[in-house]
Design a protein around this ligand. Structure first.
Ligand code: TXA
Ligand code: MG
Length: 365
């Protein structure tokens, strides 16, 4: 299949919308990462998404909805129920108003809600589960496409299964060229890591399934209830696993050694490299600037995610730097450190993605 490269203008948006209305799949930019979109209500489109990504059918997709939903006179939940995206049972939940208000607060933006699935969403989207992940992306191009079609869009990250998520149209091309109908080029993504995912149950119980820019603390402050965190990786039945919860995810092809904290780089790193049986030239992926004597001790090259130690910048650059290093033939393995700050959403998200990409997985929840 010949992949069309579409520009970020009204003609590009229209072509993307036309392809989607014809049941094709098209990569679209979101504020987090590029998504591979298809009609969420059409089983054949959903199958095309799974096939292009080589994604196993047990890993459910997120459904992306238009920001027009926030303007519905009876509120976003009623709008989602009317459109067959959510099940009407949610309208009887005692906490429905608080959920609804939170949607107006966090949307459009990088937060996905896992809620009871409506009848218009086929089981193929949700891997047969009775819940569906829903998100309203804030990217203007994604929203412009949604305004031109009459169905929501299922869209996982536009990478082959288990690989690094794409944050530019070039990354999507490298992953999926000639497997999908089109790529709409919206430039680099502003957030850089995937949305936070929460599941909400009745009676009110909120669990953070995947860390993202919206943090656990922010959610607790907003909802005024404790927010649980999905338990340790790999300890659950895969069919029920949420959010990229597979151990091997976001992975470069090269070994990535993640250094735990606290850590004396100059003294401990050579030991760790030896224990992990790594040899050859290393690239050090650093959250911020590191002292020059350490650079010398590392005997490799240093790639700084943010020279001002900004988490926003580090998150924006994380996947593209990992991808660059992965493509370099003269580099044999990657060493990475963790954000020094722990409480913010982006710090948790960066730590989570690095941990999943690493061979040593130093973080345990
Ligand atoms: O930021 C994002 O969320 C990006 C952009 C494109 O919107 N999308 C994304 O999709 O990261 P994906 O497929 O790479 O990751 C979605 C995760 C999956 O790993 C899946 O397990 C989880 O969301 N998920 C989807 N529906 C779910 C459900 N009903 N219950 C539990 N987890 C669900
Ligand atoms: Mg993904």
């Amino acid at each position: 299949m010949n992949t069309l490269f579409l520009k970020a203008d009204s003609a590009g948006v229209k072509s993307a919308a036309d392809l989607l209305a014809n049941g094709e799949v098209v990569a679209l930019p979101t504020e987090t990462v590029y998504g591979l979109a298809g009609d969420a209500t059409l089983e054949s489109s959903v199958h095309k998404i799974f096939a292009a990504k080589e994604r196993p059918s047990f890993d459910p997709l997120i459904v992306h909805v238009s920001s027009e939903i926030l303007k519905h006179p009876n509120g976003p939940l009623k709008a989602l129920v009317n459109q067959g995206i959510l099940d009407s049972s949610i309208l009887t939940w005692p906490h429905k108003e608080s959920i609804e208000k939170s949607m107006s607060h966090f949307w459009p933006g990088p937060l996905t809600y896992v809620l009871p699935r409506g009848s218009r969403i086929p089981g193929a989207v949700t891997s047969g589960q009775s819940t569906v992940g829903i998100r309203m992306p804030s990217h203007p191009l994604f929203q412009a496409v949604l305004r031109q079609i009459s169905f929501p869009l299922a869209a996982p990250s536009a990478n082959r299964f288990g690989r690094i998520s794409p944050t530019t149209a070039e990354h999507v091309k490298a992953e999926l060229q000639n497997r999908i109908a089109g790529i709409l080029d919206g430039g680099p993504c502003s957030v850089g890591v995937e949305s936070s995912i929460i599941s909400i149950l009745n009676p009110l119980k909120i669990t953070l399934l995947r860390p993202g820019k919206v943090s656990k603390v922010e959610l607790e402050e907003y909802f005024q209830v404790p927010v649980g965190v999905q338990q340790t990786l790999g300890e659950q039945n895969q069919a029920q696993l949420a959010p990229g919860m597979l151990d091997q995810h976001y992975a470069p092809k090269k070994p990535l050694l993640l250094i735990p904290e606290p850590f004396d780089l100059a003294k401990d790193l050579p030991v760790q490299i030896k224990v992990a049986n790594l040899s050859g030239k290393a690239a050090f992926l650093s959250q911020g600037p590191i002292p020059s004597e350490l650079i010398a001790a590392l005997n490799g090259e240093v790639h700084v995610l943010s020279s001002s130690s900004s988490l926003d910048e580090a998150a924006q650059n994380l996947f593209s730097e990992m991808r660059k290093l992965d493509e370099r033939e003269d580099i044999h393995f990657i060493v990475a450190d963790l954000p020094t700050e722990h409480s913010s959403g982006l710090a948790a998200a960066i730590a989570d993605r690095l941990n999943r990409a690493s061979i040593n997985k130093p973080l345990r929840k």
